[in-house]
Unconditional design. Sequence first.
Length: 101
Amino acid sequence: LRVPDNAAQKQVELQMKCSVPDPIIQKLKSVSLAASVNGVPLPPVTYTRPGEYLFSRQVPAKALGGETATVEFALDKALAPGTLDSRELGVVASTIGFEWK
């Protein structure tokens, strides 16, 4: 992702709009979503209900040193591939970006 200008002088948040489908909660009961920015881990969040969410975490300035940043997301568990879908299933991401706070 492109790092906002003057990120070192302002607070920056990583934000991801996502949804947790009902079958994920029905089968797994909960799912925890974690993220890292340029290898710097951010606190995870645990979802226990289906619905739309905004994952939002403040990013330390040390993680935003360049013009771009590598952002990685990880779930603690997911539904295994099945007969209807050959992919692992977890949360559905709709937008990801940095916001000044």
